[in-house]
Design a protein around this ligand. Structure first.
Ligand SMILES: Cc1cc2nc3c(=O)[nH]c(=O)nc-3n(C[C@H](O)[C@H](O)[C@H](O)COP(=O)(O)OP(=O)(O)OC[C@H]3O[C@@H](n4cnc5c(N)ncnc54)[C@H](O)[C@@H]3O)c2cc1C
Ligand code: FES
Ligand code: FES
Length: 478
């Protein structure tokens, strides 16, 4: 495998023929000897390895924070990578200074990750507030200092930059002028442009998937499960395929490209229009760096019974488009799973689109998730509902349930029972009996089978209590 990779690493151009499945973290530490980026968990959980990745899109560089331990280096071709060394100047930056002054660092192992995430926040966003600045570090864990000093740092820098924001600078000029970033950032756009011109823009491959052992999209499942095997195997990257990342509204449908990330869905104005609580749902999905790389197709094809995006798309009764390069076919998501990690998908097929009907005027949607810890955890049980009602009469209903079966589950019988029925405590009590017959939870680290059955019943009730409080007498459900 001799594909050359060309990218800008901090202020330096890199030309390498490393295996494209090598993690960026391993490249940084072992090959580039940039050891400021730390290896903590190598599973996307601690944020010690956080870097920024900038990509030229429509003549603007768009940066995002990512976990370098899960990012295949093949994905950084023609991009700008920023590590903690790339933020350093002769003197400490204001963020580094305040981390020291406010007691935000002790052993220092986590500190580069925090500084990179926070610097990225000011580079990426158009306006600043302390809450969001703190949230931008939600993927970074500190095991010895505590977070108060780090939060004070975010507060102080946000206040300072908000004053500076009013002087008509471009964003990059502002953050460079305030010494959050070094001056070389001002030229990176031109340098990326000339790198791309020199090498020639990438030509996307077709959508077939035939001769590779591993097909990596965001890598947030695969690079955790199989990173050692990946290094020894022939791999392909979804970023080299003709798979769209984006969300559009067309002919009464919402169509989402397979390469669309969780962050893109969370921030999508189209999704917000039809699902006003979308940000709340996605606040329960991983950290920012994970959401910045985790894709819709990866979530669905990985076939985890507790996958959150899959759970949502099941209740939206979504259709998948699969392509083998020469032909494509459509299949309902609820028919896609045949058994534990067994899919109705041929080896050479890739998932290119997920689509669903725009909810009708009388439709309501809700997503519920319970984990051992509320944020930054995978579900013990999750459930989504899409319900179309006329007063208290159910015209159409779709409910999904995760963590209670070997596959992401569509509750077919429960939905059939509820259709044309009225919403009241008695009907819901009867429906919850049917629901219990449809599931087959097992006991594991996330709870006993009995606990998960009970949890799903509570989440099922929670949908109705949240959406139709006036129709439910809670005491009658107990
Ligand atoms: C720290 C951490 C936290 C997480 N938190 C959550 C969470 O809260 N909720 C949740 O649901 N998940 C979570 N995940 C799991 C993971 O992030 C998601 O499942 C994610 O959506 C996977 O997408 P990906 O692009 O990273 O997939 P990858 O790892 O790249 O791929 C996963 C599988 O999908 C296949 N694949 C990818 N794209 C395509 C395609 N277009 N066509 C055909 N096959 C394809 C790959 O070959 C592979 O088999 C978490 C993971 C980590 C590491
Ligand atoms: S090393 Fe912990 S998130 Fe990457
Ligand atoms: S300063 Fe030691 S882990 Fe954060």
């Amino acid at each position: 495998m001799t594909q050359r990779l060309n990218f800008i690493l901090n202020n330096q151009e890199v030309d390498t023929s490393q295996h494209p499945g090598m993690s960026l973290l391993d490249y940084l530490r072992q090959e580039a000897h940039l050891t400021g980026t730390k290896e903590g968990c190598k599973e996307g959980d601690c944020g010690a390895c956080t870097v920024l990745i900038g990509e030229l899109i429509k003549d603007q560089i768009q940066y995002k924070s990512v976990n370098s331990c899960l990012l295949p280096i093949g994905d950084v071709d023609q991009k700008h990578i920023v590590t903690i060394e790339g933020l350093n100047r002769e003197e400490l930056s204001p963020i580094q200074t305040e981390m020291v002054n406010e007691g935000g660092t002790q052993c220092g192992f986590c500190t580069p990750g925090f500084v990179v995430s926070l610097s990225g926040y000011y580079l990426i966003n158009d306006d600043y507030n302390t809450e969001d600045a703190i949230d931008s570090m939600n993927g970074n864990i500190c095991r010895c200092t505590g977070y108060a000093g780090i939060k004070r740092t975010a507060h102080k820098i946000t206040k300072k930059l908000n004053v500076a924001l009013n002087n008509n600078h471009s964003k990059i000029e502002l953050v460079v002028g305030e010494k959050i970033l070094p001056e070389y950032f001002l030229d990176v756009k031109e340098r990326l442009n000339s790198l791309i011109n020199k090498k020639g823009s990438k030509v996307a491959d077709d959508n077939s998937n035939s001769s590779y052992l591993y097909t990596i999209s965001g890598g947030t499942d695969l690079m955790v499960q199989s990173w050692e095997d990946i290094l020894k195997s022939d791999i392909t990257l979804i970023s080299d395929k003709n798979i769209i990342s984006g969300i559009k509204e067309e002919n009464g449908k919402i169509i989402i490209g397979g390469a669309t990330t969780a962050s893109a869905i969370e921030d999508s104005p189209i999704m917000a229009k039809y699902f006003p609580d979308i940000k709340e749902y996605f606040s329960l999905f991983g950290s920012l760096p994970i959401k910045n790389t985790a894709t819709v197709a990866g979530n669905i094809v990985n076939a985890s019974p507790i996958a959150d995006m899959t759970n949502i798309f099941l209740a939206l009764n979504s259709t998948l488009t699969l392509s083998n390069g020469s032909s494509k076919r459509k299949i309902l998501l609820k028919d896609f799973y045949k058994g534990y990690k067994t899919l109705d998908k041929k080896e050479n097929e890739l998932l290119t689109f997920v689509s669903f009907n725009i909810p009708k005027e009388n439709s309501f949607f809700n997503f519920e998730k319970v984990s051992k810890r509320k944020y930054l955890d995978i579900a013990s049980v999750n459930s989504s509902i899409l319900i179309d009602v006329e007063k208290d009469l159910i015209n159409e209903i779709n409910i999904s349930a995760g963590g209670v079966s070997p596959i992401p589950l569509y509750l077919k019988k429960t939905c059939e029972f509820l259709t044309s029925n009225k919403i009241n405590s008695k009907t819901l009590g009867e429906a919850s009996e049917i629901l219990q017959d449809e599931i087959s939870p097992i006991s594991d680290a996330r709870g006993t089978a009995e606990y998960k059955s009970l949890l799903l019943r509570q989440l099922f009730y929670a949908h109705f209590i949240k959406l139709f409080p006036e129709l439910i007498i809670i005491e009658e459900l107990l």
